[in-house]
Design a protein around this ligand. Structure first.
Ligand code: PH2
Ligand code: MG
Ligand code: MG
Length: 138
């Protein structure tokens, strides 16, 4: 079965942030037809978006997955809910955020999903994590 490389960014700035990222990682690794190929170490990052909120812990994983992009996105939302994520306002503090940053060479721009993730433009830590994961590819 063919699988695609998918970069998923994990972020948390509420509760036990390290435990939230670990939960996200575990759940992503347990998805059907999916393996984690590589991951970066969690890093502290300054909150973007101009809101006064706690510091984030961010991490990125590289999956090989047979799930299509929308199915993977739906699974990400399910895992966020499992972590007690409440969706209130845009960019509010969150226990766990899972963003699909890149999915193979797929380009798409729909209300449900934009690929690559537009946040790549201003998130240097994402670009850095992708470069790290790519440089160790085999
Ligand atoms: N996510 C946001 C808003 N701001 N800032 C950092 N440092 N890291 C994030 O993951 C992040 C953010 C909305 O998703
Ligand atoms: Mg996000
Ligand atoms: Mg998100």
């Amino acid at each position: 079965m063919s699988r695609e490389p998918a970069y998923v960014a994990l972020g948390s700035n509420l509760g036990d942030r390290a435990a939230m990222l670990a939960l996200g990682y575990r759940e992503l690794a347990a998805l059907p037809d999916t393996v984690v190929r590589r991951h970066t170490a969690p890093v502290e990052t300054t909150p973007l978006g101009g809101l006064d909120q706690p510091t984030y812990l961010n991490q990125m994983v590289l999956l090989d997955t047979g799930l299509d992009p929308l199915t993977l996105l739906r699974e990400c939302h399910r895992i966020e809910a499992l972590a007690g994520r409440e969706r209130r306002e845009l960019w509010a503090s969150r226990t766990l955020d899972l963003d699909l940053v890149r999915y193979g060479d797929t380009l798409c721009d729909t209300p449900a999903l934009v690929l690559p993730h537009p946040g790549l433009r201003d998130r240097l830590f994402w670009a850095h994590d992708i470069a790290t994961l790519e440089s160790h590819g085999h």
